[in-house]
Design a protein around this ligand. Sequence first.
Ligand code: 5AD
Ligand code: SF4
Length: 441
Amino acid sequence: MHRSIYIETYGCQMNFADTEIVNGILREQGYEIASDVEKADAVFLNTCAIRDNAEQRIYGRLSNLEHLKKRNPHLVFGILGCMAERLRSDLLEKNSAVDIVCGPDEYRRLPALIDDAFAGEKGIRTQLSRVETYDDIVPLRTDGISAWVAVMRGCDKFCTFCVVPFTRGRERSRPRAGVLREVEQLLEGGFREVTLLGQNVNSYRDEEHDFADLLVAVAALDPTLRVRFTTSHPQDMSDRLISAIAEHGNICSYIHLPFQSGSNRILELMNRTYTREHYLELVRKIRAAIPGVALSTDVIAGFPTETEEDHRATLSLMEEVRYDGAFMFKYSPRERTRAWKMGDDVPEEVKGRRLEEIIDLQRRISYDVNAQVIGTRQSILLEGPSKRSEEEWMGRTDTNKTVIVPRGDFAVGDTIDVEITSATSATLFGRLAGARAMEAA
Ligand code: 5AD
Ligand code: SF4
């Protein structure tokens, strides 16, 4: 009988892509993927360490799963991802239910670790690699139309608040040929959208090819394939990349461009390597080159030494740029980072209030930006039923906005033209604007 595994994934898209890689590795070894956690012989949490609240959530889940193990002592239980890399043997020592700790560059070792665990031996592998890209592994995907394709791993930027360079190691790119081969297979499998993924995709390099070349090559495989990418670091957003997006209809007009803080003093302390003025100039350049482009961002409230004036600079930058959307966080000190040593001197209630002001402002801006789309025609790719009703579809515009439309007789993967009829800060609502534009292969 084949053993079955179950992986629960937390955190960023890179972790979701890694789970598909792990499932690919284990399936190759004859494991089955269990449909629910209760039925699995081995259960893994693929974890996130970016902020303390992410880790606390995972600890909560870990104690839940200890009960499963009490009921079934043969169950093998493992921790993957960034917490495995950050905490290493602590996880084994402090959590008796944990059998396996395996970091992001060691997933090829998992079959051996699992065999040992079934034989009663606990195991830990947390070496980081300068070369591992899992280029030859075929990820096991479940979703049928939209795929994440990791093109690089790790990060060399060392923003002073960020634990990623320590949990995911140095930057390395996958060979271009491997990425193209994978996207070709996705096209054959009926996928209609790919998102090229990396902590900092803009620093992708394969010999003479940079990220702009890769993006154009992927887009050229099929002009009806939607091509997205994330995340971009402002420092590496080249003119060639901006032109590539502008010149290719199927490279989506949407850029996630984290700014983190609007204050030059804080940006410097964060080691972000750009100033507010550089960033705003970049935004002007992007908007001039790509009409209608959507921008989203990440922002941190309460970085060490942040004053009210610094905070107001963050709010004013957001008003100036008018992002379509934002991911907004309270600063969370992470061990080993440079900011850890700066202390955590902004009181919790001040951080909380600043974050609320940031969220309120962004909600108003998102609403205004979305309201301007009302009355326009948009081409949307249907991804599945809406959360609220089977009678509605959820789709996305080229600019990555969620649109809800009546179901009609369409199918997942269809691209349809809709007219936007109303909007909230998070969602657009539409109705059919004409005949079916294009059908899935
Ligand atoms: N505290 C708060 N937010 C953080 N991020 C990264 N590290 C931290 C931290 N220590 C945020 C940044 C980054 C996003 C992925 O998470 O905004 O862009
Ligand atoms: Fe972390 Fe900065 Fe690298 Fe992003 S660019 S993963 S925030 S170190």
